[in-house]
Design a binder for this molecule. Structure first.
Ligand code: ADP
Ligand code: MG
Length: 254
């Protein structure tokens, strides 16, 4: 049968080799290449190029799914004019992702509603697109998970999983104070990440007030020491985008 219809066998081999793009396109590409009188090698090159491009796209999509961004935000939808306190040039530089290669951290500090979480997600998204593994957590969510894993004796495994990431985003430090063990577990994550995994932390709290959420002054000092050793600090101290947006909508209505 394969003699009569070699395509059946070819389709099988391409499936077995996991080359879905070549499988989908080899016939139409063959027609095109016949028309253009391409060399056999040029035909193969075009097909393998497409396979590679689509594979990379699928991998990026997978990394973005696995990063668990609460909402997908990118820089395209960020209006720098609405938030002049943010250093646009610094953000654009960070979007290149070199800070992750250098294992540096980013701290986004400022009032609520100034776009810190938006920017953290946008940076995370860019880093995913560059082929690196990212994970987004709300800080309280992470601390709850750490406490649960400790309870279930799966903490070591969970920490190993965390270490496989290139960038970890800790969103919204400062809204809820931690228990003593919560603070210690968070410190442990930051401490293990030091010079290994980049961290982006967003917070509404100036450094002087971090003790209020961490509980202990000693622990806060040690945490800040690691976090800020190699850090890009960005401040957002304008008005709340949410509030301004709501005001505008209210005005329109009346
Ligand atoms: P924060 O984390 O600083 O409290 P968010 O990033 O959650 O603020 O922003 C609140 C909402 O306003 C989000 O939906 C975000 O996308 C939007 N937003 C904030 N700043 C901007 C901006 N400069 N341009 C566009 N959208 C913005
Ligand atoms: Mg936020």
């Amino acid at each position: 049968m394969s003699k009569d219809n070699p395509n059946v066998l070819l389709n099988h081999h391409l499936k077995a080799l996991k080359l879905p793009t070549i499988l989908r396109e080899y016939e139409s590409m063959a027609q095109l290449c016949a028309k253009e009188r391409c060399e056999y090698s040029a035909y193969l090159l075009r097909l393998t190029e497409r396979e590679l491009i689509e594979r990379e796209q699928r991998a990026s999509e997978r990394r973005i799914r696995q990063a668990m961004f609460p909402v997908l935000k990118t820089l395209d939808s960020f209006d720098f004019l609405a938030q002049p306190s943010i250093n646009e040039a610094a953000i654009r530089e960070l979007m290149r992702g070199e800070f992750v290669q250098r294992k540096e951290n980013v701290l986004l500090v400022g009032n609520p509603g100034t776009g810190k979480s938006h920017l953290a997600s946008a940076l995370g998204h860019a880093v995913c697109m560059q082929g690196l593994k990212v994970k987004f957590f709300s800080v309280t969510g992470l601390v709850t998970m750490l406490l649960e894993h400790r309870e279930e004796r799966t903490l070591q495994r969970f920490k190993k999983q965390l270490e496989r990431h290139h960038l970890i985003i800790l969103d919204e430090l400062g809204y809820v104070p931690f228990t003593k063990s919560g603070a210690e577990l968070l410190f442990d994550v930051v401490s293990r990440a030091y010079e290994r995994t980049s961290l982006i932390v967003t917070t509404n709290l100036p450094f002087e007030q971090w003790t209020e959420v961490m509980g202990s002054e000693r622990l806060t000092g040690a945490l800040l020491d690691r976090l800020t050793h190699r850090v890009h600090i960005l401040e957002a101290n304008g008005e709340s985008y949410r509030l301004n947006d709501a005001k505008k909508r209210k005005k329109k209505k009346s």
